[in-house]
Write a protein that binds this ligand. Structure first.
Ligand SMILES: [Zn+2]
Length: 553
C-alpha cells in the first residue's frame, strides 16, 4: 500500500518511508482565534479567546493560532495574558503575521517586530505565492516577492522561532504561474521554514485539483519540510479538499472549530478530525481526546454565542437522531446498520425523535435512551398525552427537553425545585414613547426549614426577558448552578385556525449549560403563558440534569 519511492504519492495511513516530516499522523492547527473570528456577527473578548484556547488544548490540537499581534491591541493583550494565564498541555501557541513589507528591511519591520514581541515559540506568516498578487497587490517585482519570504523566514528563524509559512492563494497561483508559486515555496523551505501551508484562500478549488497539486508539491519539497493545508469552504469542499491533501502527502491540517470563518467559513475541524481519524485511520489527536469533540464544539459555540447547526456532522444534535418510523425496532436492534460510526466515539449519542405518530416501540426506546423505567400504563399515558398535546399545537420533535419531562411525569415524577404562586408582567409606554417591561414572580422554594416564599421583580427588554430575570432571581440562592444555564434562542410561531377563539401561539426556547443544549415548548392562546411554560421547563430541565463541571475541569 505504501512505497519507499519518494515520487509516489503516499497512501494513507502514512506509516512507512517516503512520507514527510511527521509520520505519526496529521498535526491539527486551529485558527479559530484568528481566521475563525473573521466571521460576521461574532466578536470575542480577550477572556473569550483565553477560554476557547483552553478548550482547544483540552481537545488536544497541536497548534493554536492566537491572533495577529499588532493588528489590534486586543491580540497584543491576548498573547501577554496567554503567556502567564494559560497552562497548555498539548498545544503550542502561535502568533500570526506577514512577511516584511516590499523594499523594506527585516530589522526595522513593525510586523516582524510585533511577531517576536508576542513571545511565542512558533510563528506563522502569510506569504504571497500568486504572481498576480505580488505584481498587482504589492506592486513589486517577483524577485522582491521571493526575497520578502526568504528574508522574513531567515530573520524569524534566527530569532529562535519555529516558522510556519502560509502560502496565500497557493492553488490559484500554481494554476496560473507554477514557476513563481514554487519559487515562493522554495524560498521558505531553503531559509528554514518548518512548515509550508498551502492555502486555498479564495476557497474555489476542488478535491481532485488539490490532490494533484499537493502531490506535485510533495514530490518537490516533501522530504525537506512538513506540508500543510488550509482550505476555505467556498465550494463546500474545504473538508474534502483537506482530506485530499492528506492523501497526497500533507501532514498538517489547518481549520477552525465549527467551521467558523469569513464568507462560507473554513475547513471544519469537528468534521475533518473524525473523518481523518475514524475513516482514514490517520491519528490527529492524542489518545482518548476525540471523545471530547462534541462537548468542545458546543462549549465554543456557547462562548461565541453562535448556536451550533443541529445538522453539523458528528457533533450536531441531529447528527445521530432517528425519526422513528416503520423501522424503529430495527434501528433499536441494530444501531450500526443505521449509523455510519458509533456516536460515542466523538462524544455524541443516538437520539430517537418522537412525535404523535410514535407507537409503543418508539416510546419504549426513547425511555431506554433516557434511562427511564416505564411500564405499559406509563407508555400508554405518554401516547395519549402526545396525541392530545400535538392536537393543541405542541410539536415534541422540536422540543426534546419538554418530551423528556412529559415522559418523566407519566412515571409519577414531578418537579420539586420550585412551586409557582403567581407571576405578573406589566408593560408601560412612557410619555417619551419608550416601552418598559417589568415582571414579578412569586415562588416557593424548598429549604432546610421547609418551603420559603421568594418574591422578585425585574425589568427586561421584553416580557420573556423580564420573567426569566425575575424567576432566576427567586431561585439564585437555592440553585447557584443555574448561573451556567443560558437561553440561546426564543422562537414564536402563530398557529392559525386551530381554535375558534383566536390564534394559538407556540413558543420554543433553546437553552444550554455549556455542555449540552436543549429545547422546550409552550403553547397557549396567550403568548405570555406559552412563554412561561417553555421557560419553566427549560430551567427545570437544567436543574434536573445538573450543571456539569467545566470540560476543562
Ligand atoms: Zn484562511
Amino acid at each position: 500500500m505504501t512505497s519507499n519511492d519518494d515520487t509516489t504519492v503516499p497512501a494513507v495511513p502514512p506509516s512507512s518511508g517516503g512520507t514527510p516530516a511527521t509520520t505519526a499522523g496529521v498535526e491539527v492547527f486551529d485558527t479559530t482565534l484568528r481566521d475563525g473570528l473573521q466571521v460576521e456577527g461574532v466578536s470575542a473578548t480577550v477572556d473569550d479567546k483565553l477560554r476557547i484556547a483552553e478548550q482547544l488544548d483540552v481537545l488536544g490540537v497541536h497548534y493554536i493560532e492566537g491572533g495577529w499581534p499588532g493588528a489590534n491591541p486586543k491580540d497584543v493583550e491576548f498573547f501577554a495574558r496567554a503567556a502567564t494565564e494559560l497552562r497548555l498541555e498539548s498545544a503550542t501557541m502561535v502568533a500570526f503575521g506577514s512577511t516584511r513589507r516590499p523594499r523594506g528591511k527585516v530589522d526595522d519591520d513593525v510586523t516582524l517586530r510585533n511577531l517576536l514581541d508576542a513571545g511565542t515559540s512558533a510563528v506563522c506568516i502569510v506569504a504571497k505565492s500568486w504572481d498576480h498578487h505580488v505584481l498587482d497587490a504589492l506592486q513589486t517585482t517577483l524577485d522582491e516577492g521571493e526575497a520578502m519570504i526568504a528574508d522574513s523566514v531567515a530573520f524569524l528563524r534566527d530569532a529562535g522561532r519555529r516558522v510556519l509559512v502560509d502560502m496565500e492563494h497557493f492553488f490559484d497561483g500554481y494554476k496560473r504561474n507554477r514557476e513563481f508559486s514554487l519559487r515562493a515555496l522554495e524560498a521558505a523551505v531553503v531559509h528554514g521554514a518548518s512548515h509550508v501551508v498551502l492555502c486555498d484562500t479564495n476557497g474555489g478549488s476542488l478535491p481532485h485539483e488539490v490532490e494533484e497539486i499537493v502531490a506535485a508539491v510533495h514530490r518537490h519539497v516533501g522530504g525537506d519540510v512538513t506540508i500543510g493545508i488550509h482550505c476555505h469552504d467556498d465550494t463546500g469542499c474545504a473538508v474534502a479538499n483537506s482530506m485530499a491533501a492528506v492523501r497526497a502527502g500533507a501532514r498538517h491540517v489547518q481549520g477552525t472549530l465549527n467551521g467558523l470563518g469569513e464568507r462560507t467559513g473554513n475547513c471544519n475541524l469537528t468534521t475533518v478530525i473524525p473523518n481523518l481519524q475514524l475513516k482514514l485511520g490517520v491519528p490527529c489527536l492524542p489518545e482518548g481526546r476525540i471523545e471530547r469533540l462534541t462537548a468542545v464544539s458546543h462549549h465554543v459555540a456557547e462562548i461565541l454565542n453562535r448556536p451550533l447547526d443541529p445538522q453539523a456532522p458528528y457533533v450536531g444534535a441531529s447528527a445521530f437522531a432517528h425519526k422513528a418510523g416503520l423501522h424503529v425496532s430495527a434501528i433499536a436492534r441494530a444501531k450500526d446498520a443505521y449509523e455510519h460510526v458509533d456516536p460515542n466515539l466523538v462524544g455524541n449519542g443516538t437520539r430517537f425523535v418522537v412525535s404523535e405518530m410514535a407507537g409503543r416501540a418508539t416510546i419504549q426506546m426513547k425511555a431506554d435512551e433516557l434511562g427511564l423505567a416505564m411500564d405499559g400504563p406509563a407508555v400508554n399515558q405518554v401516547i395519549d398525552d402526545l396525541k392530545r398535546l400535538e392536537h393543541e399545537g405542541y410539536h415534541f420533535e422540536a422540543a426534546d427537553a419538554s418530551l423528556e419531562l412529559l415522559m418523566r411525569r407519566a412515571t409519577g415524577w414531578e418537579q420539586r425545585y420550585f412551586r409557582l404562586e403567581s407571576m405578573r408582567v406589566i408593560t408601560d409606554e412612557l410619555p417619551s414613547g419608550e416601552f418598559t417591561t417589568e415582571a414579578t414572580v412569586k415562588v416557593w422554594v424548598p429549604g432546610p426549614a421547609g418551603e420559603q416564599r421568594r418574591v422578585h421583580t425585574a425589568e427586561g427588554n421584553g416580557p420573556v426577558n423580564a420573567i426569566d430575570t425575575a424567576l432566576r432571581a427567586t431561585l439564585a440562592a437555592a440553585y447557584p448552578a443555574l448561573d451556567r444555564v443560558h437561553l440561546t434562542d426564543y422562537k414564536v410561531r402563530i398557529l392559525d385556525g386551530a381554535t375558534a377563539t383566536g390564534a394559538v401561539t407556540r413558543v420554543l426556547i433553546d437553552a444550554t449549560n455549556g455542555e449540552r443544549s436543549w429545547t422546550t415548548i409552550g403553547v397557549s392562546t396567550n403568548i405570555i403563558e406559552a412563554s412561561w411554560r417553555a421557560l419553566e421547563e427549560s430551567l427545570v430541565f437544567g436543574l434536573l440534569h445538573g450543571v456539569p463541571a467545566d470540560v476543562a475541569g
